[in-house]
Design a protein around this ligand. Sequence first.
Ligand code: GLU
Length: 309
Amino acid sequence: MECQKLAYLEQIVEEIRPLTKQGKVATYIPALGHANPNTLAIAIYEGEGNCFSAGNISEKFTLQSVSKILSLALALQEHGEDYVFSKVGMEPTGDPFNSIAKLETSVPSKPLNPMINAGALAVTAMLPGKDTDEKLKNLLDFIHQLSGNSKITYNEEVAQSEFETANLNRSLCYFMKSHGVIEGDIEDLLDLYTKQCAIEVDCNDLAHMGWVLGNKGFNPITQKKVLSHDISRIVKTFMVTCGMYNDSGEFAIKVGIPAKSGVAGGILCAVPNGPGIGIYGPALDNKGNSLGGIKLLERISAERNLSIF
Ligand code: GLU
């Protein structure tokens, strides 16, 4: 569905856009370095399916860590809570998202939560399907239902670029394999994980997914329940406790909306029983979140009184 451009939102985006100069585009995945740091966009889905947007909304970007909440939801749907949380914990961490430190010191070795890379890799290994192609297809089908956009697929260049440089994620996987957290072929898992992270969307897609997630997993447009109430509750809780890297606490105070960000500059927000918001701004702050995106969310949350706290 086409989103309606809102003049008031455009004005806020243009006021905040100059700040993006203070941020930096991620380059550790070389293909992400091509993004234009000046880009800033927002889309909002609400009510029965009204959509509003502003900024560079036709820009596409890859989900990166935003995909972690989607793979988690699908793994929970397939295996149930008990199994998933026997492999991955529920606690936030102050360590960097790709840290290996806690894996070595916690006994038994178990990733602290599904939002850090170790936990997300263990969750990706649980996706339903007999091989990488089938697992990816099942994840994409699920994303098509959540986003209402059946054209979503992954960006091959970004997936390849990450696969070739994912040595830290490789070491996390081999470490977890040797401790029995994951099984199977690690290169296959990295192939699937990097394709999952390279799934390409726009702000409308993120906003729609956030809206369905906020609406307890029910899509009012198709009248379909995409997710159970329980799974959408678990996912939103992780978004609050560890969705914004090591800024999750400050973000909860200043914005107060369940949100998950990724290093490509996307943020998916799900207000319980309220709007879904999609953000794109590839210039990141020093915590790895979209700098302009956070400022936009602070403004919108305050003006519309969206904090859940
Ligand atoms: N694919 C990225 C990685 O595993 C995702 C990181 C992120 O968005 O936080 O390093």
